[in-house]
Write a protein that binds this ligand. Sequence first.
Ligand code: BV8
Length: 254
Amino acid sequence: MTPVPTLDLEDARLLVLTGAGVSAESGLATFRDSNGLWEQHDVQDVASPEGFERDPRLVWKFYSLRREQAKTVQPNAGHRALADVEKRLQDRFMLVTQNIDGLHQRAGSDRVIEIHGSLFRTKCSRCDRAPFDDQALYLEGALPVCRVCEGAGHEALLRPDIVWFGEMLDQGHLRAIDAFMRRDPGSPSVFLAVGTSGVVWPVAGLVNLARSLGASTCLVNAEPADNTSRFHSFVQGKSAEVLPALFGLNRAGH
Ligand code: BV8
């Protein structure tokens, strides 16, 4: 682990962006590491609207297996460290996660924006009914259909409430992130990215917005990321080790 800088959070706002690397030490596969999810599946087949259109059963199997596995693992010390610093900073803290596994919430984080959606929410592929909490596994048998559409004489499959490639992010989320970064322009702010390869846009561009607004930026990652050069500081290491040290906690998160 490279030396951990001290983050001066006195009066500062802290925006944290996490990716799959934060859940790696809980036992969940990342996407682009060796043996990652995108080595086992073609992204276009399982994480795009076209793929769902082509083979919804394959897509529901892909996400049902991840839903099943996410329930069996536990948050790690990195998740707990972020939940702890949220309690200390309160409304000066925002967590934006690309992860859909729900581990931040299970570790106690409340101020979370799931910018790419959630494994545990399902929505209609046709109508605009609100997404709903769903723990079910659709591994065999009939795929879930929307009862609201059915009542109106239409047939429509339910789908995971997840942002696939080629789909727009929730504009409300992007507005909330932008407003948080622009709040109290005179006060110090920190942008911390953890466990993300910096490949997926538009989230990979958040560091540029943070810098343009005068934030100090830090990346914590197991290896250099695609956009490492955009950060003022880079800490190479595992998030479950680095985050407790970064926030002055021991590994157990106390
Ligand atoms: C969109 C689904 C409008 C859920 C995902 C420019 C602007 C806008 C869009 C684009 C653009 N250029 C290209 C695009 C299109 C595309 C895109 O970005 N493509 C990339 C691949 C080039 N973006 C989109 O389609 C977005 N939509 O903008 O709509 C539009 C559309 C088309 C064209 C223009 C505009 C939608 C993006 C969301 C897609 N959905 N997932 C799911 O299945 O999970 S993205 C997927 O990648 C996940 O959400 C994941 O979170 C995300 C990012 O991956 P990471 O989390 O970073 O994971 P990864 O494995 O890559 O890296 C893990 C890192 O952790 C590694 O670096 C590793 O070293 C490190 N690590 C490992 N262990 C540890 C660790 N670090 C610390 N500790 C450890 N222990």
